[in-house]
Design a protein around this ligand. Structure first.
Ligand SMILES: Cc1cc2nc3c(=O)[nH]c(=O)nc-3n(C[C@H](O)[C@H](O)[C@H](O)COP(=O)(O)OP(=O)(O)OC[C@H]3O[C@@H](n4cnc5c(N)ncnc54)[C@H](O)[C@@H]3O)c2cc1C
Length: 813
């Protein structure tokens, strides 16, 4: 298309002609949205895409992530037939080697995960690995895995093939057209301004790669990513290296290898990355451009590569590639619709953009067409970050750590160390003085556990039992037997007000929230498919006012969901008050005495699931009787400036009050079978699967979002069901993600697991699926069940009820 032909209107404008933009345009046309205009400021693939190494590894941490990449491989293999242009895709398989026992444990867990996802993966001895990759040295290896589904693509050819497919589907593609502004009207996108004129549009999709922060800013949307320099070299030809040679990854040496014209692409993910320019300064033009060679920085990868491939000592280097790629604060990409209606993002691909493009482009196109995602994309949802994450200095410091995480051992409960602290509770200094071991969630510093006096307050990482487990076990005992205080300030909090607040929330919430003032209701929030978008507690504060509380990581997402689903014409406002209140959880059988003591009130008549004002010392707080740990307890909602006074009053009282942290909450909630959003409750599961129909007003005739879909699943029976389990042997340590076996066959995966001090073993939750298609309660609750813990199969006791529950009738396997 020539520039003079730029249309004045298109239903969708895609900004950016890299692999992600072209894939999105291609999939939009496949879904029948043919009025698509893709604008590229330079030439197709000329941003980051052209210099990618082209590895297409299949396995991801989540099932939905894995399915996404699996689809990429299928698509790339058939593009030539469809478009006449080859994507240069070859399914050559992949070998991942382990130099250490810890890495081998990770690979065994990977193999079990592959089993859970129905993906081929085999464990290899070092000699078997050598057979598949004869050019490497194996005498220092512990073992390896083989992933036959892995492949490689030519990124430029892939982009051209996707672009051709999009054009064949009706899309128009205009190169050398730069978007200079995003036009909005009344909170909705209305088009783009370009250096060739304005284009009206219903939907604008920001696929601008490392420029995506700049394009986001044009719409008032923060897109938190930062570029880092990323390196590989291409060698001269090496004997024994042929086009069918699998991809090789040596994560303990931070390196990967791929055949190219008889030589090797040698690249990697060094532990300390080199940030490039601030996101607002990424230059234009910057087309088919590379950065300076930096052999000093690359040496950590090259030295390791020389250890693995001795032939490299005698092989020349043909070309050094240093290209910028954008990385996000948590190493997951950024996708979906933003708070500006109709303005979508697909960017920040953390060096897996080629592998992800097929699936991500399809998922993004479906999101555009359906108005909501069609599967669980919470982990990549751009709304997981608030504005705090768009500070360039914060991003710069964070990106140094993020790139290296690709090949670091993905320790369970690993905490990011860089760019901290950022968001601190008003109690932060007090908790630090009490030896809190902080983790971070959504930028918040949160106490995971407290180290005893004299111990260094740091986390150690292992697949087994870490040293801090004993500290958490003590906190668990104290909560079950006495009273503990948890700083839960990072909760997301919203005030919903207005004449129609009740009616709006009745539509948005699964549970009945038309309750008397002072009552508290636990509820799910579903989408049209009847699966979870959030779960939260709703407190009726007044006839026309509610306080909603949800988890820490979902502040922006939940706010957006709530606002989006207030029915048109309702007089209802939703305000984020997260930063206005500190939250103190006062939990344990002695919590009533403690609160009675500090408030001077008799709390005998304070019913469960009610909330009212309480005076604590000089302070005035909202006390809500509720629990996420399975004990008598209250959450105190305290104006931030009074939080210190309340904490001091609680901890000074003569009740042996113990400080406790989030690791302890995790154990206690799992013993009680309580579900968590993002683990058990996701957009892939609904209330029937999760065993939460009791929190749905299905017996009433009040309609709610997702109700029809929930009723349909209830009537036909769910494909999977959530069960609680306890590992019979107290020795193995589980962290979540383990494969679940029934009668020796894979039937599911553990969603959450932790040490349960009260039950004396690891406890967890897992979805299990009867291969016959429908999972009955009886089938789910009858064994024999086992879990695969890093290659070792351990029997578990399974129940539909909580492990820590006097009435529990557990099934022993
Ligand atoms: C050295 C290196 C090796 C890599 N190896 C692999 C690998 O092996 N496997 C893998 O999966 N991934 C790999 N990647 C990552 C992969 O290259 C990227 O994730 C992917 O190319 C990102 O694609 P994109 O479409 O988001 O970005 P880009 O390709 O940068 O596309 C964005 C486009 O938007 C255009 N644009 C920006 N602003 C505007 C505007 N205002 N108006 C119009 N157009 C605009 C740009 O010109 C650009 O062409 C590697 C990356 C590097 C740097």
């Amino acid at each position: 298309m020539t520039t003079t032909e730029l249309p004045s209107r298109a239903r969708v404008v895609v900004v950016g002609g890299g692999v992600i933009g072209t894939s999105t345009a291609y999939h939009l046309t496949r879904l029948g949205w043919t009025d698509v205009l893709l604008l590229e400021q330079g030439s197709l693939s000329g941003g980051t895409t052209w210099h990618a190494a082209g590895l297409v590894g299949q396995l991801r941490a989540s099932e939905s992530g894995t399915r996404l990449v699996q689809y990429s491989g299928e698509l790339y293999a058939r593009l030539e037939e469809e478009t006449g242009l080859s994507a240069g895709y070859k399914q050559c398989g992949g070998v991942i080697v382990a130099r250490t026992e810890d890495r081998m444990t990770q690979l065994r867990r990977t193999a079990a995960t592959a089993d859970a996802f129905g993906l081929d993966c085999a464990l290899l001895t070092p000699d078997e690995a050598l057979e598949r990759w004869p050019v490497m040295r194996v005498d220092d290896l512990v073992g390896a895995i083989w992933l036959p589904g892995d492949g490689k693509a030519n990124p430029t050819d892939l982009t051209q093939a996707l672009a051709k497919g999009a054009r064949l589907g009706g899309a128009r593609i205009a190169e050398k057209v730069r978007v200079t502004d995003v036009l909005t009207r009344g909170g909705r996108v209305s088009g783009v301004r370009t250096d060739r004129g304005d284009v009206e549009a219903e939907v604008v999709v920001n696929c601008a790669g490392q420029w995506a922060a700049q394009v986001g800013a044009m719409a008032g949307v923060s897109v938190p990513l930062h570029s880092a320099e990323h390196f590989y070299v291409v060698t001269d030809q090496i004997e024994g290296v042929h086009p069918d040679l699998p991809i090789l990854r040596d994560p303990d040496g931070w390196t990967y290898f791929k055949e190219e014209v008889g030589g090797l692409v040698v690249g990697g993910f060094e532990p300390e990355a080199k940030p490039w320019v601030s996101p607002d300064r990424v230059p234009y033009p910057f087309e088919f451009a590379l950065l300076e060679e930096d052999w000093d920085h690359f040496s950590v990868l090259m030295d390791s590569a020389l250890e693995r491939i001795p032939a490299l000592h005698e092989t020349g280097i043909r070309k050094f590639y240093n290209g910028p790629e954008s990385f996000t604060p948590d190493n997951q990409f950024l996708m979906g619709e933003t708070h500006v209606r109709g303005f979508f993002v697909g960017a920040g691909f953390n060096s897996v953009g080629i592998a992800s493009a097929g699936g991500a482009g399809r998922a993004l196109a479906e999101w555009v067409v359906e108005g909501e995602p069609t599967s669980d994309l919470v982990a990549v949802d751009v709304r997981r970050f608030g504005d705090y994450a768009s500070n360039p200095r914060w991003l710069r410091d964070r990106v140094v750590e993020i790139l290296g995480l690709h090949y670091a051992v993905p320790w369970p409960n690993r905490e990011l160390e860089s760019a901290r602290p950022l968001r601190c509770s008003p109690l932060h200094a007090r908790l630090a003085a009490r030896n809190a071991v902080f983790g971070s969630k959504a930028g918040w510093e949160r106490a995971n556990v407290f180290a005893p006096a004299g111990e260094e307050p740091t986390l150690d990482y292992t697949w087994g039992k870490p040293r801090w487990l004993a500290w958490s076990a003590a906190e668990q005992r104290a909560t079950r037997a006495g009273v503990a205080v948890f700083d839960q300030t990072s909760f997301s909090k919203y005030v919903v007000t207005g004449r129609d607040a009740e009616a709006s929330l009745q539509w948005i919430c699964t549970n009945d929230i038309a309750v008397p003032v002072g009552d508290v209701v636990y509820t799910g929030l579903l989408n049209r498919r009847g699966t979870y978008e959030s779960d939260l507690t709703v407190t009726r504060v007044a006839d026309d006012e509610y306080l909603l509380v949800s988890s820490s990581g979902t502040t922006v997402r939940d706010l957006d969901h709530l606002r989006r689903h207030v029915p048109t014409g309702h007089d209802t406002r939703v305000v984020d008050v997260t930063s206005a209140y500190a939250v103190l959880g006062v939990m344990g059988p002695r919590s009533r005495y403690l609160l009675a003591h500090v408030s001077g009130e008799d709390l005998a008549d304070f019913r469960f699931a009610t909330s009212r004002t309480l005076r604590v010392g000089y302070a005035t707080v909202r006390a809500t009787r509720i629990t996420y740990v399975g004990e008598l307890g209250w959450e105190l909602y305290v104006p931030v400036e009074q939080a210190g006074v309340v904490y001091d009053a609680l901890t000074a009282a003569p009740f042996d009050v113990v400080d406790a942290g989030y690791s302890t909450i995790e154990s206690l909630r799992l013993e009680k079978g309580y579900r968590a959003f993002g683990r058990e409750l996701t957009p892939d599961y609904g209330p029937v699967e999760a065993g939460l129909t009791f929190a749905c007003k299905l017996k009433s005739d009040v309609d709610f979002l997702g109700r029809d879909a929930v009723e349909a699943v209830r009537d036909t029976g769910p494909r999977r069901r959530l069960v609680s389990f306890v590992v019979e042997d107290p020795e193995p340590m589980l962290w979540g993600g383990e494969l679940v076996l029934r009668d020796g066959h894979p039937v599911g995966q553990v969603t959450s697991a932790a040490w349960g001090e009260t039950v004396g073993g690891c406890v967890g939750l897992a979805y299990v699926a009867d291969p016959s298609g429908v999972t009955s309660r009886e089938w789910a609750a009858s064994g024999p069940y086992a879990v695969n813990v890093g290659g070792s199969v351990r029997p578990v006791t399974v129940s539909l009820r909580a492990p820590y529950d006097p009435d529990n009738a557990r099934v022993r396997s």
